[in-house]
Ligand binder design. Structure first.
Ligand code: CP
Length: 321
């Protein structure tokens, strides 16, 4: 694989390779030095045209733990403000020697367009999609998968660990690239995936995306669920007055302690972050370490992103590990 743009075409073998490689890097991260020389001499460019806290910082940390040089791009202080195009920006980083570009953009397809441009140039540059518009956020879904599979088998997290587990994805699914990537990965894992949202945030076309069940009310999605993945209401992508309002959403779909009675007794809660506290999740649940996997998700992000950078740099494996 030359680029990671989407999980739609990921094979079970690729998922397992990423999970196993991330488990090896988790072991590296538990050591005092936390570093391997795998990407020494390589340049990872973080081209984030849209805001990010977790993804940008964990890709940067992952690149540094692999001993690569990292470049961070800030659109507001870049030559984009003078009219330079996105493709010319990417070509500029290539000319400086970037080997891997990690790209986030508000418009779906931008990482794919940059990957195409790099392939045309025969630049040998690998592109990682760090979230593009409404399309996909593959590294987020992979870190979610790693978090879930590690709960079931910490030493040897595998895709099949989730077979038959009920997972309710609840929230602003319409605008969520995280939901789209997770639908691919969780379906591939054989999980029983349920999507729940008000009709304005869950169009019926999602039924075509794989083995998923749609609900326009919360209770049937939560019934017996092993895991709940709450998703942020993305106000920045909503152009009209919200329907439902944030208050109405919380009343109908907010995950609260009372509503957890419907779920499996050992239910756990995920959220990719950032969270609108008290909207998609009640604040006390978010902070309850017996229920919330949110911090584990963030921690998993470093090992997963090390695995992705490493596997793109060494697609056929390397003895460096
Ligand atoms: N989950 C996620 O993509 O968070 P950031 O926007 O902070 O990177």
């Amino acid at each position: 694989r030359h680029h990671v743009l989407s999980l739609a075409d990921f094979s079970p073998r690729e998922y397992d390779t990423v999970l196993q490689t991330a488990a090896s890097f988790r072991e590296v991260l538990s050591r005092r030095t936390k570093k391997v020389p795998a990407l020494q001499g390589q340049v990872v460019a973080n081209l984030f045209f849209e805001p990010s806290t977790r993804t940008r910082s964990s890709f940067e940390l992952a690149a540094k733990r692999l001993s690569s040089d990292t470049l961070n791009f800030a659109p507001g202080t870049s030559s984009l403000t003078k009219g330079e195009t996105i493709l010319d920006t990417a070509k500029t980083y290539w000319a400086m020697g970037a080997n891997i570009m990690v790209i986030r953009h508000r418009q779906s397809g931008v990482p794919g367009a940059i990957a195409q441009a790099m392939d045309h140039l025969q630049a040998g540059v690998k592109v990682l999609n760090a979230g593009d518009g409404l399309h996909e956020h593959p590294s987020q879904a992979l870190l979610d998968l790693f978090t879930l599979c590690s709960l079931i088998d910490f030493e040897a997290p595998r895709l099949h660990c989730l077979a038959g587990k009920k997972i309710a994805i609840v929230g602003d699914i319409l605008h969520s690239r995280v939901a789209r990537s997770n639908i691919w990965s969780l379906s591939a894992a054989g999980a029983d995936v349920h999507l729940a949202a008000p009709p304005t945030l869950l169009p019926s076309l999602f039924a075509e995306m794989g083995q998923v069940t749609l609900h326009w009310e919360l209770a049937p999605a939560l019934q017996g669920a092993d895991f709940i993945m709450a998703l942020r209401l993305q106000k920045e992508r909503m152009t009209q007055n919200l329907l439902p309002s944030l208050r109405e959403y919380h009343q109908q779909f907010g995950i609260t302690r009372d509503r957890l009675q419907l779920c499996h007794p050992d239910v756990k809660i995920l959220h990719p972050g950032p969270v609108n506290r008290g909207v998609e999740l009640s604040s006390d649940l978010m902070d309850d370490p017996r229920l919330s996997l949110i911090n584990q998700q963030v921690t998993s992000g470093v090992a997963i992103r090390m695995a992705l950078l490493y596997l793109l740099a060494f697609p056929t494996g390397s003895p460096v590990l």
